[in-house]
Design a protein around this ligand. Structure first.
Ligand SMILES: NC(=O)c1ccc[n+]([C@@H]2O[C@H](COP(=O)([O-])OP(=O)(O)OC[C@H]3O[C@@H](n4cnc5c(N)ncnc54)[C@H](OP(=O)(O)O)[C@@H]3O)[C@@H](O)[C@H]2O)c1
Length: 318
């Protein structure tokens, strides 16, 4: 099969489109003929900085058709359209994945959107609803709101009826966030986020902050109402994390961590993704795809995802 591989981590040009052996389908796995791949923030981080064995196939997310089923697998069959999550391997024509990490794709959903849904919306659901416990009368601050997780979090918070304060950069991107349901937007390059949140909430602060940036964690905590919650979910800003937890303790606030890698096989988490796929097929939520490349142009696709400030996911098709 063909795959986009790297030998040593580095810039997008380390990706090479080459022939590699087909993966084998283990007893608990399904083998997927990949049709669409969603490039996730973590894929960029891995390609940039995670040493691996040579000809390593990066990629957390992809969707396609099942072409082989392991002997222990009962709930998938050849011909099923599935979307999947695993720790690597999606940047390829064939991908062997534990069946428990796949979801059936409902009719009406395009494969690029199906590929992008589990990580962005599955993570956002866990942040906003399961851990965040957002309620209708509350205000949520969403950092990196123009990212994959952020765009999903805006829509889930909108559907709860909460007031959504979305932080991003760039006028066009901010306008799009309003279309998707943000009540207020803050351009992080022009305004002080803490001051703006306090102004918008009459000095009270947000009840919940979703933080996929890391370097903004101190600001997320400072913009929080007493007894507010922060869900820390990523490090898109890069660098170390150093926050002062004295004030949060005195304000009875809560800091949650979310890491979906170990959660996606939990039945309750799997069900949320099944439900979200149905909601997406009914067009009640929007999976924003910025641009679609061919897998053979994986290095260009990664470069676009990394440097072009895409709004939504960059996808590839085989
Ligand atoms: N824990 C988990 O299970 C989990 C699951 C999914 C994703 N993640 C992580 O969550 C992070 C975000 O993922 P994603 O897919 O939503 O990312 P993404 O689509 O790549 O978007 C990242 C966004 O972060 C913003 N940003 C970048 N640097 C920033 C900075 N210094 N300060 C403030 N904002 C900054 C950018 O928007 P603006 O320039 O418009 O502000 C960008 O749109 C990644 O680190 C990813 O690895 C974790």
């Amino acid at each position: 099969m063909k795959a986009a591989v790297y030998d040593s981590p580095g810039p997008p040009t380390v990706l090479r489109y080459v022939d590699v052996p087909d993966p084998s389908c283990g007893p608990d796995d399904v083998l997927i003929a990949v049709e669409a791949i969603s490039i996730e923030g973590g894929d960029l981080i891995n390609r940039r900085s995670t040493p691996q064995q040579s000809r390593w196939i990066v990629g957390y997310a992809g969707a396609g058709t099942v072409v082989s089923v392991g002997e222990n697998v009962r709930d998938r069959k050849v011909g099923d359209k599935v979307t999947a999550f695993d720790m690597h391997g999606s940047h390829a024509e064939l991908w062997s994945v534990p069946a428990s990490r796949t979801w059936l794709v409902p009719d009406g959903l395009e494969m690029a959107q199906a590929a992008a849904l589990p990580i962005s919306f599955g993570t956002a659901y866990h942040c906003v609803i399961t851990k965040g416990g957002l309620r209708e009368a509350e205000t949520v601050l969403i950092q990196a709101a123009a990212g994959g997780v952020g765009l999903a979090a805006i829509q889930l918070a909108r559907d709860i009826g909460a007031t959504v304060i979305a932080v991003a950069s760039g006028r066009e991107r901010l306008a799009r966030l309003v279309d998707l349901g943000a009540s207020h937007v803050i351009d992080r390059r022009e305004k002080d986020v803490i001051e703006e949140v306090l102004r918008l909430t009459g000095g009270e602060g947000a009840n919940l902050a979703i933080d996929p940036v890391g370097s903004t964690l101190q600001a997320s905590l400072s913009a929080l109402a007493p007894e507010g919650r922060v869900v820390f979910v990523g490090n898109a800003g890069g660098g170390g994390l150093n926050v002062d937890l004295w004030q949060p303790m005195q304000s009875n606030q809560t800091l949650h961590g979310v890491f979906m890698g170990s959660l996606f096989e939990r039945p309750a988490v799997r069900r949320t993704v099944d439900d979200l796929l149905k909601v997406a097929a009914e067009k009640r939520i929007e999976i924003v795809i910025d641009r679609i490349f061919s897998l053979q142009d994986a290095s260009l696709a990664h470069e676009h995802a990394e440097t072009a400030k895409p709004l939504g996911r960059v996808a590839m098709v085989t």
